[in-house]
Unconditional design. Structure first.
Length: 310
């Protein structure tokens, strides 16, 4: 079925639900971080939290890698399993091992950081996130897994907390999954923080949500940017140039736009099934379908990058 048809049919099915009740949003106490209060409010919303838990998988708030898109001989994974596969690929291709010290910028609920800590018990992992609710959940997850090598701190990755700055130059890896997109206008500042945190030769290991290098259409701004509280999005070319300008040499760069597109189609089905809402209370399934269409039209995309500090 064409993606445009999915968008129309999803919208038709959900219009009848416009008057249903939805939970009120609440904001974590991080509004003093200038320019990102709306992002914090989005992630603190009860609706957003429900959508991530229900549709994306317990503890997961990033996209997935779907092997069957590479070869029809590969298995077809659920969204949750595809997200775990993406994390596994990042760990492997990033050469994260038992002696690694990893800084996760925008750690969310902490699942990837905890997965690293579990797979490499001798490694040291630190997670930073703007949202207090995320950090509480991340700490709870680490406790439930009895992890002693995983630490989480509330803070902004555009201006890292002092506890991280005191460790500058000691990290072997800076890691991030679909978090920097909320601050692409500050990407040079993020990369400067990452560069300072890393040892010489240390690696960026990043999966990010991207835009287009061409003109952004109004439909994408209305249905994607507005919902996710995005102020700007770099396309693949500009994103790579920013990384290189910040003093990194790219080793691996992959465009995973099709994986994002497929992921959004799967999320649209799940959001329809569970009657999930956007942070503002509007039906979420139609917005997910619109995001899949935007990916199909090269308006948004996703990357994977390994780059080392020079």
């Amino acid at each position: 079925m064409p993606i445009e048809t999915v968008v129309r049919e999803t919208d038709f099915c959900l219009r009848r639900r416009q008057n249903s009740e939805f939970s009120n949003c609440f904001s974590a106490n991080m509004t003093e971080i200038k320019g990102y209060a709306d992002v914090d409010e989005y992630y603190s919303s009860n609706n957003t939290d429900k959508a991530y838990t229900t549709c994306w998988g317990e503890g997961n708030i990033h996209f997935g890698f779907f092997p069957h898109l590479v070869s029809s001989e590969n298995p077809v994974l659920s969204f949750e399993k595809a997200a775990e596969e993406l994390t596994k690929q990042m760990i492997q291709l990033g050469d994260i091992g038992r002696k690694s010290k990893v800084l996760d910028l925008g750690c969310g609920y902490g699942k990837p950081a905890c997965d690293i800590a579990v797979s490499h018990p001798d490694a040291e992992v630190w997670g930073v996130d703007l949202n207090e609710m995320h950090i509480k959940k991340a700490k709870a997850l680490a406790r439930s897994r009895k992890l002693t090598n995983c630490n989480f701190i509330v803070g902004s990755f555009t201006d890292l907390p002092e506890e991280i700055n005191k460790q500058n130059g000691s990290f072997t890896h800076v890691w991030s999954q679909v978090a920097w997109c909320h601050a692409h206008d500050s990407l040079p500042a993020i990369l400067k923080q990452a560069h300072g945190a890393l040892q010489k030769g240390g690696k960026l290991c990043v999966n990010d949500f991207l835009g287009t290098d061409d003109k952004v259409n109004e439909r994408t701004k209305e249905n994607v940017w507005s919902r996710l509280k995005l102020k700007s999005l770099l396309g693949h070319d500009k994103w790579k140039k920013a990384v290189e300008k910040a003093g990194f040499e790219i080793e691996i760069y992959r465009e995973w736009d099709k994986h994002m597109q497929h992921g959004y189609l799967e999320l649209a089905k799940a959001a329809e099934k569970y009657n999930c809402k956007c942070s503002d209370g509007n039906p979420l399934s139609a917005k997910y379908a619109e995001s899949a269409l935007a990916a199909d039209n090269n308006q948004i995309g996703m990357n994977f990058c390994i780059a080392h500090k020079v």
